[in-house]
Design a protein around this ligand. Structure first.
Ligand code: NAD
Ligand code: TYD
Length: 340
């Protein structure tokens, strides 16, 4: 099999490639990643030496750099590459449209031209918007994105759908809930809290901290994507979720408890504009149709993730002493100082 995976130096993409190549070491796998602030060569440790693995530093918008891989023939494209952080999307919506919408359009166009037999668009439950205290998003829920990030992902989903209907490109869209696990960039809630707590620094909670997210371990998400690559029905959407709803406050308290750190580290800070209150995902379709089940409970997964960050201090120290500083100055400190 010859597979193109985009965004494979990021959090989920690198976890996907590591697991996939361990199970299918004979794969010819082309990892296309621009290495933005979120892309990290250290995330690729452990899989660069597979004989069929190729890394290409390129923008998914860059047709010229990518076309030769399509010319050589591909059995599938899995598009993980994206700008992925909601707070950054509020500051830089154009960048999100450029990568998430136009970049996906470029890949869809190439896949159509070179008749790629499977295109998986990795989307998110955030395209459905926000929920009240009850109910879950299904694959039939209307798209009602609230952040520029979610809107850009919804735009990509609609283009992917249009390529299936108009041109017959065999596209499958996946919509997963909030992921956690190893190699996640420390701008996202769980690694940010973990690292701050390990350093004894304040842990910021937006608003009242009672927003609800539905958590899934990245390894369970990646196995679902692999099953969809093998058996997913073109032209359809699969929600991927593990039914682990927690308030942000509950998540933060659990992390502090595991680390033996005091709750006095928690700081309630200014809320995120347009902050979605609750996500909850119904994932019955992938369970029924493909037989996928999550294998990692939230409690076990969180404990393992905490242990991973404790054991991989060198990994995150390198990040927080580099590019992360600009995030810290631009997004983190103003919140903590109450300027936002
Ligand atoms: P991430 O930010 O950790 O990684 C994104 C990767 O894409 C990085 O390696 C980055 O260098 C690369 N990239 C960014 N712009 C690019 C471009 N123009 N061309 C090529 N590469 C580029 O993100 P993640 O958390 O791993 O998310 C991966 C995918 O999963 C995204 O599409 C995201 O929308 C989706 N998703 C994420 C979550 C989550 O909880 N993290 C949940 C559901 C869906
Ligand atoms: P995040 O990890 O950014 O994911 P998303 O916004 O895509 O769900 O945030 C998860 C939740 O945690 C979200 O409700 C925002 C909140 N949050 C905080 O309260 N403090 C923080 O420092 C961060 C990064 C997020």
């Amino acid at each position: 099999m010859r597979l193109m995976v985009t965004g494979g130096a990021g959090f989920i993409g690198s976890n996907f490639i590591r697991g996939f190549l361990a199970r299918h070491p004979e794969t010819q796998l082309i990892n296309v990643d621009l290495l933005t602030y979120a892309g990290n060569r250290d995330n690729m440790e452990g899989f660069t030496s597979y004989p069929g693995y190729v890394f290409v530093q390129a923008d998914i918008n860059d047709r010229e750099q990518l076309v030769k891989f399509f010319e050589q023939g591909l059995d599938g494209v899995i598009n993980f590459a994206a700008e992925s952080h909601v707070d950054r999307s509020i500051a830089e919506p154009h960048l999100f449209a450029q990568t998430n919408i136009l970049g996906t359009l470029n890949l869809l166009t190439l896949a159509r031209e070179y008749e790629v037999p499977k295109f998986i668009q990795i989307s998110t439950d955030e395209v459905y918007g926000t929920l009240g205290p009850t109910g879950q998003f299904t694959e039939e829920s209307p798209l009602a994105p609230n952040s520029p990030y979610a809107a850009s992902k919804a735009g990509a989903d609609l283009l992917a759908r249009a390529f299936y209907i108009t041109y017959g490109l065999p596209v499958v869209i996946t919509r997963c809930s909030n992921n956690y696990g190893p190699y996640q960039f420390p701008e996202k809630l769980i690694p940010l809290v973990l690292i701050n707590a390990l350093k004894g620094e304040p842990v910021p909670l937006y608003g009242d901290g009672k927003q609800v997210r539905d958590w899934i371990h990245v390894a369970d998400h990646c196995r679902a994507v692999e099953m969809i690559l093998q058996q997913g029905k073109p032209g359809t959407v699969y929600n991927i979720g593990a039914e682990n709803e927690r308030t942000n406050l509950e998540v933060v308290r659990s992390i502090l408890r595991i680390l033996g750190k005091p709750e006095s580290l928690i700081r309630f800070v200014a809320d995120r504009p347009g902050h979605d209150r609750r996500y909850a995902l119904a994932a019955g379709k992938i369970r029924r149709e493909l037989g996928w089940e999550p294998e990692i409970s939230f409690e076990q997964g969180l404990a393992e993730t905490v242990a991973w960050y404790v054991e991989h201090q060198a990994w995150w120290e390198k990040i927080i002493s580099g590019e992360y500083q600009s995030y810290y100055q631009r997004f983190y400190l103003p919140r903590l100082e109450g300027k936002e």
